[in-house]
Design a protein around this ligand. Structure first.
Ligand SMILES: Nc1ncnc2c1ncn2[C@@H]1O[C@H](COP(=O)(O)OP(=O)(O)O)[C@@H](O)[C@H]1O
Ligand SMILES: [Mg+2]
Length: 275
């Protein structure tokens, strides 16, 4: 079974790109064939994957119909650059503009277990294309600048994609990201999310740490850069795998946890799959 997951939010800076990079890394470490897609013209995900900035073709050429998706895969990622913004503008005037990515990915999807799409910070045509091409979506919300209104805007786009073009689309979950759980605000945010999305909020909260910006700067995944910081994303991946109905993968994830986390962190945390 092949799944495609879009990670979206109503704005930038909520940890989307970091979530996509980390999930892609951990899922591939436990044996999934993973394709990541950078759907943000800023190209942050491409940088995080250390793709050559000159790499061609990119998602822009794919959406413009000038290249096949298979030819745009560079080391496990279809990268993006500023040309994607132009491709989005051109796309806007075309028939079938919302289904272009879905059609473009049809052939390559078969080769992967998981395709994971990093959405741009705006809820425009690129995000709609990502959602229409997806089986699942993960909503990322930053604790610090949380607004329920912003979450509703993201859900409007989600509902639009589902109700018009992609009835199968499922909300896989909502993740509280870049959180400082020592603050009252973060706890209140988690409560507000739980109330709005019963059963959908991931128990794994991604805590705030400078290590993520440093790992992005160095273009290495968090588990390689600071393994002890990987604990939150290992937990999130366990929940994702469980919700996708693949609990048989949890054994490998637990092994990865034992192999990568330092003893100090292992002592403080539960085995995966027990959340
Ligand atoms: N858990 C975290 N704690 C602290 N900083 C983070 C965390 N996750 C991501 N960041 C940093 O916050 C900024 C925004 O994150 P990013 O993943 O790029 O969000 P988005 O893709 O939603 O814009 C980046 O500089 C990133 O390195
Ligand atoms: Mg981003």
């Amino acid at each position: 079974m092949s799944v495609t997951i879009s990670v979206l939010s109503q704005k930038g800076g909520t940890g989307k790109t970091t979530t996509v990079r980390s999930l892609a890394d951990i899922l591939s470490r436990i044996g999934f064939d993973v394709l990541a897609i950078d759907a943000d013209p800023q190209g942050n995900l491409s940088d995080y994957f250390d793709v050559d900035p000159e790499a061609q073709p990119t998602l822009g050429e794919v959406l413009a119909g000038q290249a096949r998706a298979a030819d745009a895969i560079h080391d496990g990622v279809i990268p993006a650059n500023l040309g994607l913004a132009e491709a989005e503008l051109v796309l806007a005037g075309k028939i079938g503009r919302e289904v272009t990515l879905r059609n473009a990915l049809r052939d390559v999807k078969r080769r992967y277990d998981v395709v994971i799409i990093d959405c741009p910070p705006t809820l425009g045509l690129l995000t709609v294309n990502a959602l229409v091409a997806s089986t699942h979506a993960i909503l990322s919300t930053q604790a610090q600048h949380f607004s329920l209104q912003g979450v509703e805007q993201a859900m409007e786009i989600f509902n639009l994609a589902r109700d018009t073009l992609n009835p199968e689309l499922e909300l896989l979950g909502v993740v509280l990201n870049i959180a400082n759980m020592r603050t009252k605000h973060a706890k209140q945010t988690l409560e507000a999310l739980d109330e709005r999305f019963p059963g959908k909020v991931f128990d794994s909260v991604i805590r705030q740490s400078i290590a993520y910006a440093e790992s992005a700067e160095r273009a290495v995944p968090i588990l390689d850069y600071k393994p002890d910081r990987g604990v939150d994303y290992l937990g999130l991946t366990a929940e994702v795998v469980t919700r996708l109905g693949m609990p048989e993968r949890l054994g490998r994830l637990e092994q990865l946890r034992l192999d990568t986390l330092p003893a100090r962190v292992l002592a403080e945390t539960e085995p995966v799959g027990t959340l």
